[in-house]
Each structure stands twice: as C-alpha cells, then as structure tokens.
Design a protein around this ligand. Structure first.
Ligand code: FUB
Length: 462
C-alpha cells in the first residue's frame, strides 16, 4: 500500500511539473484583427486598451507588427476599436517592430504613449514616446528619437515593453526590459527624459519581460512574464508578480497570478475599473490564432484580504446560456492547494476528462466522500445539474457515485425525483429533478477505493 501511495505522489508531482499545457481561453475583445500586448488606462468612465496589432500570415513564424490600436469600453465587456492611432511611420527614426506599449497621462494632462520599436540606428529595439491631447490622440513623436536605446547606460539586453507609473507624489517611473533584463528609471515631469541612473531592480524572481506596474492600498505591484519551468512549459510564459513598499524596490516575489496561456508569449495589464479589478492579457484563442496571431482578452482579478492576488481564472468565452453557476459562489469540503475550485464555473467545455487546460477542482489525496457546492445570494429555481468529471489517469479517477443535494432551509437533502447521478468520462453527466427553490446546490462525490476525485466543470440550470 505504501508503495502505491509513493507511486501516486510521484505521479502527481510529475503531473505538476509537466501538466502546463496551453490554455484555450477565449472571449477576445475583437476577432476582426489580431491584437497583442495590452496596456490599460481608465479615463473618466471609459476603459481604454492600447494594443499591438499582429499581422503575421497563417503559419507565420515571426511577428509582423506595424501599428498600435486603441480600444474603448464603458463596461469592460464590449470594446470598440477606435482604430490604429499610432504606427511605425509616426517615428521618423524607426523602421520596424511595433511591439508592446503603454499610455500614461502626464502632469500636463496630455497622454504619453511609450512604445517598443526598432530604430534605424545601432542595436535592435528602442523605446520611443508619442504624445496626444486625448486618450485616442492624434499622437505625434514627442522626442524625435528614442527615449531608451542600447547606448543608454545599463539598458536592458532588449529594450522593450515599457510600463510607466505615476506615484501619488507625482514622481514618474518607467520599468522595461526583456531577456531577463529588467530595468527601471525615473522620468522627468515632462515625461520625455530620464532622471538619474538606470537601475536593475532586485527581488523580481524569474523576470523575462512584459512588466506592468500599479499601486493598491499603498503597496506597489509589479506583474511580469516569467518563463521558468516552475510555471510554464518550455517556450511558454506565466505571469508572476512581486510587491514592494518603494516604487524602485526592493521587490518581494509573491507568486503566479496568470498561468500559461495558449500563445507562447504572455503579457499582463492589471487595472481597477468601476470597482472591479481586471487582468488584461493575450492568448492565441481567436479563430485562426497562433503565437504570432494573438488576441487580447480580459478576465476579472481578485485580491485576498492580505493583498495577495488570486490566480486569474481564464474564461472560455461566452457562458452557456442559462448556466446559473456563473452567478454562484463555489465552496468545497476540500480542494488540493494546487488546484482551482473556480475552474468548475469558468464556462469552459472540456475536450475530454483529462483536459486540465482551464484548471480543475481536485481533492487528491482525500478519499471517501467530498462535496462541492454553489451558493447564491437569493433563491434560484433549479431542475438540472451537469457535471464533467476530471480524471488525470493518476491519483484522480472517476467517482464511484455521486449525489445532487440542495439546502431546504434547515438541512441538505437529496433533490427530489432525481434521474440519477452519472459518472461517465468525457461528457457532461446530466441529472434532472423536480424543480427546487434554493440558495445552495451541493454535489456529493464518493471516490473509488484508492483514488481521489475531481471536476472540470459543473453547471446548474432552471
Ligand atoms: O509583441 C512582441 C513582443 O512579444 C512583446 O514586446 C513582448 O512583451 C511579447 O508579448
């Protein structure tokens, strides 16, 4: 028996190390064009997203990026493409590679658009800056040359991906870099020149590229793409983050806030809009998408009471019509620390019972009966449950049995007139029953001997 558990533990660890397959999240802000490298800015009641524009052909193996677009939204759900508001041609000294960018409002009320761009001078990538009088421009080159280039002392091995942050005291900071070379510098109030030396911030573990800086409750946050084996498979990246009490650090690494996505690159923008925090990022999920044909998407982000960020649940596009799970709060008797309970209500339709790409609920190494539950603030009429079981072919197997229950006001009882609770693999198992009005629906799951259980998706309907 001991040998069997040792094998199960080894297998689970192996899964942890290797099961970082590309996710398939959907819901891009547009499918009319391919977009990448989002930056976010709130002005009044509008959320603006500044994105790169992928124009690589199908099967292309390089970035083809010539301009940047502005998208606007008043509900963080529907986005309007305001068009290509900045292009390589706006920088007379540059000639290619309209890579990641970010817009920041200056003390003068103007909007400064910091861009990664390939200058015609020595070296490869530079950081340029354009300026406009409104969030949608028009924008013109603010300097007439790069703000940062390879000749900037202590510049990054690859000078791309600027993130610009204005502190409460008006001081402006810029972080940027790639190829593991994070750099930071103060900017002048004019927003177009640096102050003091470029520093190499400390404590930002496994930094690869794509920094995004913000502040919340007096704490500075730096999210960034990392591509270490602890969070992504070779060639892919996750988003880690660090916090600090000073805008230039030192930083303390806090963990992963966004798992690997379906594109090799990963690029965060984190922002609060109308009382809700969001993670804006890109993936390869749009029809015809790929590593060089990416699409920007947006998901909600939550903070824990101690200020740490919960891992973002990558949604699978529009939710199934009528699925009451979307508005429910999930809870459970036990979830393994590395699994994600929220994954059961992310709206994703798994490809099969091994499809862990959008996360899963799992209770390894518990055996016997565990439960998951949905709770609503007010009663819902429910007559159908649909569950898709998780089976990793290791310690988690299909259950021996299950039972749908509801809270009748004083106790959990079996749903009346149940059609039975199925335990089939690779499909939604539907349980129909006489409608109940309740604030809580529970799924009791009993494991097979020697195994634990898991759920990829659980839906509830009226
Ligand atoms: O889009 C080109 C580059 O890919 C960006 O500058 C990086 O952040 C990565 O997303």
């Amino acid at each position: 028996m001991r040998r069997r558990w040792a094998a199960a533990i080894a297998a689970a660890l192996l899964l942890l190390l290797t099961d970082a397959r590309p996710a398939l999240a959907g819901a891009p802000i547009t499918t009319a064009i391919y977009t990448a490298d989002p930056a976010a800015l709130v002005v009044g009641d509008t959320l603006y997203l500044y994105t790169g524009h992928d124009e690589a052909p199908t099967g292309g193996t390089n970035f083809v990026m010539r301009d940047w677009h502005v998208f606007s939204s008043t509900d963080a759900t529907t986005f309007t493409d305001q068009g290509a508001k900045l292009a390589i041609s706006n920088f007379s000294w540059a000639g290619a590679d309209a890579w990641a960018s970010e817009v920041e409002r200056g003390a003068d009320g103007r909007y400064y658009w910091y861009t990664s761009i390939n200058g015609n001078g020595p070296g490869w990538m530079n950081i340029g800056v354009a300026v406009g009088n409104s969030p949608t421009g028009p924008f013109t080159d603010a300097i007439g040359g790069p703000l940062i280039s390879d000749s900037t002392p202590n510049s990054s091995p690859l000078n791309i991906d600027p993130t610009v942050f204005t502190d409460d005291d008006g001081q402006v900071y810029m972080y940027w870099g790639s190829y593991y070379g994070l750099r930071a510098v103060r900017l002048n109030a004019s927003m177009t020149s640096t102050v003091g030396s470029v520093i190499t911030p400390s404590g930002v573990s496994n930094f690869w590229e794509a920094p995004w800086m913000f502040k919340r409750n007096g704490v500075y946050y730096l999210a960034y793409a990392a591509n270490d084996s602890g969070c992504s498979q070779p060639g892919y990246a996750c988003v880690r983050y660090a916090t600090a009490s000073n805008p230039l650090g030192p930083w303390t690494h806090r963990g992963v806030v966004l798992d690997q996505v379906s594109s090799t690159t990963n690029h965060p923008a984190i922002i609060e809009f109308k009382g809700q925090w969001y993670m804006v990022y890109h993936n390869a999920a749009a029809p015809g998408g790929g590593d060089f044909r990416r699409s920007v998407t947006i998901d909600q982000l939550s903070f824990n009471a101690d200020g740490t960020m919960q891992k973002v649940v990558q949604t699978g596009g529009p939710t199934t019509p009528g699925n009451l799970a979307a508005s429910a709060t999930p809870s459970t008797s036990y979830v393994s620390p590395w699994e994600t309970l929220g994954a059961i209500k992310d709206g994703y339709t798994p490809a099969n019972s091994q499809d862990h790409s959008h996360g899963a609920y799992g209770n390894w190494n518990h055996q016997g009966t565990e439960w998951i539950e949905y709770q609503w603030p007010t009663a819902r009429t429910i007559s159908r449950s649909e569950v898709y079981w998780f089976d990793d072919n290791l310690g988690i197997d299909l259950p021996a049995s299950c039972q749908v229950q509801y809270w009748n006001g004083s106790a959990y009882v079996n749903v009346p007139g149940s059609s039975g609770c199925g335990v089939a693999a690779n499909a939604f198992n539907t349980t129909t029953f006489t409608p109940v009005s309740t604030t809580r629906l529970r799924l009791n799951i009993t494991s097979r001997s020697g195994y634990s259980t898991g759920v990829l998706e659980w839906r509830a309907f009226s």
